[in-house]
Design a protein around this ligand. Structure first.
Ligand SMILES: NC(=O)c1ccc[n+]([C@@H]2O[C@H](COP(=O)([O-])OP(=O)(O)OC[C@H]3O[C@@H](n4cnc5c(N)ncnc54)[C@H](O)[C@@H]3O)[C@@H](O)[C@H]2O)c1
Ligand SMILES: N[C@H](CO)Cc1c[nH]c[nH+]1
Ligand SMILES: [Zn+2]
Length: 430
């Protein structure tokens, strides 16, 4: 069950210790991921098949599911689910399309024009988790912005299911997105395949997607050892709920459990100004947990989780900013009073009627978000994650006459005479 703290007894170092709940096994995971990466680098597809057998208990003849099989699988899912997935797809599309920026040309000095243009990252790899739960919603969250950005090649990897295939929901999302192949690879081996390339799986320029500790560790390693970039460290799910006496303990408990059920290494934190709200919420957690199908997983996650009693909402916000949660829920009617004070969070849910599940699935915002305090410095996935912003400039005759002498002086003081000369030869010629 959740551990309880009084804010006054906690230091910043304690907060960081609570965030780093998995450090004990960190080194072992790193070692094992380094071995997996080496195997995939050396043995390619054969290694992927061996790991599918070892970790997913599946004997794969072929490492992908193609268009025809995907269409068949997609056709088999219930109409009602197709409708829900399509509604989510449309909302996510609407929100991400609104992120396109228009070109703005700035004349920084007379005759000197500068601007930025977006260009899609050409080859992207999407990792769709599929270990303890299959997440078609994650496919929407990554596939929609990749398509809007105009990425030419979209490689999708997801762990094989026990029947050696993907499920129909994933297939339906592929159909909505116009993606014709899903590679059957999970965990660190999928990340390694997309970073190095194998006979079946193309190498990509950037890897996206959440996953367990093996996936997140593999992304972090390939980012520093290859020229493949990653979106961010998006590991085990977290939620921090700030609640006062206006919160409903039933909703608070439901929101805590919604993230706890993701995995045994998930973390749920309740920060409240009210001891009675904490007590009632914990009673509710026990009641709701008892009837959850994934109660074992959620119960384990709750042993990593905690409540914190604070004096007021401002202190609650200070704590939250230090913790930098993946998801922050302001379970209070007074959310407008504290929203401006948020400095670190992946995605924020305002008021008592805004469950985090809405953002997980269908409101339109992206659910691929930084965890383990990386929200201090990273944003969640957005359209920007799938493009590069290239800068351009054009300098006219008046521009070079105007700006040239400044460049010549700066090049001179750095002792870089060829730089200076690139201006001088032009000035002498006009
Ligand atoms: N931060 C986010 O934005 C976000 C979004 C969605 C999900 N999540 C998180 O993603 C995670 C999904 O995890 P999952 O496990 O269900 O699926 P997963 O697809 O990330 O991992 C499954 C794979 O892990 C590998 N694996 C399992 N045991 C292993 C071992 N002992 N050694 C090496 N590899 C092993 C296997 O290859 C397996 O296919 C959850 O922790 C969830 O909280 C995060
Ligand atoms: N809460 C997860 C991100 O941490 C995303 C998700 C997928 N499905 C349900 N929830
Ligand atoms: Zn979730």
């Amino acid at each position: 069950m959740m551990r309880q703290y009084n804010f006054k007894a906690l230091s910043k170092a304690d907060v960081n210790q609570l965030i780093l709940r998995n450090t004990d096994s960190g080194n072992a995971i790193r070692e094992s991921v380094l071995n997996i990466i080496e195997e995939v680098k050396t043995h390619g597809d054969d290694a992927l098949k061996n790991f599918a057998q070892k970790f997913d208990q599946v004997d794969l003849k072929q490492l992908y599911i193609g268009k025809e099989a995907l269409t068949k699988l997609a056709n088999e899912i219930p109409q009602q689910v197709k409708h829900a997935i399509t509604t989510a797809f449309q909302n996510i599309k609407k929100f991400h399309e609104s992120q396109t920026s228009s070109k703005q040309v700035i004349e920084t000095s007379i005759g000197v024009n500068c601007w930025r243009e977006s260009r899609a990252i050409e080859r992207v790899g999407l990792y769709i988790p599929g270990g303890s739960a299959v997440l078609p919603s994650t496919f929407l969250m990554l596939g929609v912005p990749a398509k809007i950005a105009g990425c030419k090649e979209i490689v999708v990897c997801s762990p094989p299911q026990k029947n050696g295939s993907v499920n129909g929901y994933i297939a339906f999302v592929a159909q909505l997105l116009g993606i014709e192949k899903i590679y059957l690879a999970g965990g660190a081996q999928a990340v390694a395949a997309m970073a190095y390339g194998t006979a079946s799986i193309p190498k990509v320029d950037k890897i996206f997607g959440p996953g367990n500790q093996f996936v997140t560790m593999a992304k972090t390693i390939v980012q520093s050892t290859t020229n493949t970039a990653i979106d961010m460290p998006a590991g085990p799910s977290e939620v921090l709920v700030i609640a006062d006496e206006t919160a409903n303990p039933v909703y608070v408990a439901a929101d805590l459990l919604a993230q706890a059920e993701h995995g045994a290494d998930s973390q749920a934190v309740l920060v409240s100004t009210s001891a009675s709200l904490i007590e009632k919420s914990l009673e509710e957690v026990s009641k709701q947990l008892a009837v959850l199908p994934r109660k074992e997983v959620a119960a384990k996650a709750l042993t990593n989780s905690y409540t914190v009693l604070v004096d007021d909402l401002e202190v609650a916000m200070d704590f939250s900013n230090e913790y930098a949660p993946e998801h922050l829920i302001l379970a209070t009617d007074n959310w407008q009073l504290i929203t401006d004070k948020i400095t670190n969070a992946g995605s924020v849910f305002l008021g008592n009627l805004t469950p985090e599940s809405a953002g997980d699935y269908a409101s339109g915002t992206n659910h691929t978000l930084p965890t383990s305090a990386y929200a201090r410095s990273y944003s969640g996935v957005s359209l920007d994650s799938f493009v590069k912003k290239i800068t351009f400039q054009h300098i006219s005759e008046s521009g070079i006459k105007n700006l040239g002498p400044t460049v010549e002086i700066l090049a001179e003081i750095e002792g870089l005479h060829a730089h200076k000369n690139a201006v001088t030869v032009r000035l002498e010629n006009i």
